[in-house]
Design a protein around this ligand. Structure first.
Ligand code: AMP
Ligand code: MG
Length: 286
């Protein structure tokens, strides 16, 4: 295996950015854009990436505990079976759970529906020093909601701008936002749904409704494309993550997260006490 840096011929932040990947309808979900290694290389690199991720996460957490207000938000979207839960487990699992806040968004409750669509999102944002992972997000309000006409068109059309404004505010307040759409192919989705029905340990993941949603595949692709065209901004970028190979999607999301943390130029917070004095006191303890 070559050294870690050289396995990416193009950094994922550029290779996977939606403005560079082409439309989602032509996107190859089994490709590994920018990455020259195979599965073994990818898994080995993920382990290394994970170590750096864990260290930077600890620095972010320390900063938050010391009065800093910065945080990171990773938004995960993707069709059923794309592997959002696997990203939470395998990428989130590389870090200290204390510094993570994972929130999944399902069908809105009656209370949530009585508020603006961003209400439940605001309440779930990561606090200072945290890395938040959203398993689904406010983008559901321009995905199933749009595809199933759950609100009038004027209402969902207005949401792209509301989302951009919301995310801009979030970033201005100290949250680094990265948005990843896991893209699974129809063939791979068929395989994953089939497997869920063949294994009792996977029944719990099977949702009969996923078959109905699959029938609306092209509508979902169109809705995703509008999201990319309308809400990929400099401050809150969108990435398309090929998700047919789980090792690659996990590696790619980890690298993007690492990149986001790197760009924070984190430092260990300085001591809030006199180190010399404290050293002496500890040395003199009975
Ligand atoms: P899962 O992520 O598999 O637990 O499924 C959650 C379900 O909730 C999915 O079918 C989502 O599309 C649906 N969902 C999430 N947010 C919304 C929303 N704002 N409006 C309608 N359906 C939603
Ligand atoms: Mg599901």
């Amino acid at each position: 295996m070559s050294s870690s840096g050289s396995l990416w011929s193009v950094p994922p932040s550029s290779a996977l950015r939606v403005r560079n990947t082409g439309p989602i309808s032509d996107f190859d979900a089994s490709s590994t854009p920018g990455f020259d290694g195979d599965r073994g290389d990818g898994e080995a690199l993920l382990a290394k990436t994970g170590e750096r991720l864990a260290q930077l996460q600890e620095m972010l957490y320390a900063e938050g505990r010391s009065g800093g207000n910065r945080s990171v938000l990773l938004v995960l979207q993707g069709m059923d079976t794309a592997g959002k839960g696997g990203i939470v487990r395998h990428v989130g699992g590389l870090m200290d759970p204390q510094g993570l806040s994972v929130v999944g968004f399902g069908k809105p409750t009656a209370e949530e529906l009585s508020h603006d669509f961003l209400w439940r999102i605001h309440r779930a944002l990561p606090g200072a020093g945290r890395i938040g992972i959203f398993d689904r997000s406010h983008y559901e309000d321009v995905l199933p909601v749009r595809v199933h006409n759950l609100v009038p068109e004027d209402t969902w059309r207005a949401r792209y701008q509301l989302i951009n404004d919301f995310e801009a505010e979030l970033v201005a307040a100290g949250t680094t936002v990265i948005k990843c759409a896991l893209v699974v192919s129809k063939e791979e989705q068929r395989a994953r749904l089939t497997e869920r029905l063949e294994r009792p340990d996977k029944f719990w993941k099977y949702n009969p409704n996923d078959v109905d949603e699959r029938a609306l595949w092209d509508d979902y692709l169109a809705a995703y494309q509008d999201i990319f065209d309308l809400t990929d901004t400099e401050t809150a970028p969108w990435f398309m993550i090929p998700a047919d190979r789980k090792w690659f999607s996990r590696l790619a999301v980890s690298e993007l997260l690492l990149d986001a943390l790197d760009s924070l130029d984190l430092e260990w917070p300085p001591a809030q006490f006199d180190v010399k004095v404290e050293k002496r006191r500890v040395a003199e303890m009975s």
